[in-house]
Ligand binder design. Structure first.
Ligand code: HEC
Length: 147
């Protein structure tokens, strides 16, 4: 029975690759046609690789890594964003962006031993909406191990 799954998996992968190719080269003519059927296992991310790259630099040279550790692996003042349970969200890009925008008050912390509130928009960095989205894209991209 397992053997008969293989062609299906291969077909799904091929579809995913074709879909990725189409979107990478989408032109005005393809935009006018009906949207391609979505491939269940590969929802289109709401962000681009350029946003992840900007978010990486904002996170790792700015204030985030001071509490969350280099590359978000966690440190004394803040939890890992790479693995472990989600404490304040479902882990979606949108919810991560909301958290970065609003910050987290100490009263909301799951671990009351954390000494400092997470300030809105990175505190002194005062991230713009676009920078918040970039940082959220980066956090989403490193958080695949979180549940
Ligand atoms: C002053 C320390 C501090 C700084 C700076 C900080 N955070 Fe946090 N962050 C925390 C703490 C503490 C928590 C929640 C811990 C708890 O609930 O016990 C948290 C939680 C989060 C969460 C929610 C994680 C979850 O499990 O739901 C995200 C996402 C996050 N931070 C992203 C960022 C980003 C991005 C930045 C930089 C813009 C940043 N943080 C800067 C301390 C900080």
């Amino acid at each position: 029975m397992r053997r008969s799954n293989l062609p299906h998996v291969a077909a799904t992968l091929t579809l995913a690759l074709v879909a990725a190719g189409c979107s990478a080269y989408s032109s005005s003519s393809s935009a006018a046609s009906a949207p391609a059927p979505s491939v269940a296992a590969a929802p289109a991310p709401a962000y681009t690789p350029a946003m992840v790259a900007l978010g990486d630099s904002l996170f790792n040279t700015g204030g985030c890594q001071r509490c969350h550790g280099a590359k978000g692996i966690g440190a004394r003042n803040a939890p890992s964003l790479v693995d472990g349970p989600w404490l304040h969200s479902d882990g979606s890009f949108e919810e991560i962006a909301k958290i970065v925008t609003s910050g987290i008050a100490k009263e909301e912390f799951k671990d009351p031993a954390r000494p400092f509130a997470m300030r809105p928009r990175g505190g002194p960095a005062n991230l713009s909406d676009d920078q918040v989205k970039a940082v959220a894209a980066y956090v989403h991209s490193i958080s695949r191990g979180k549940k």
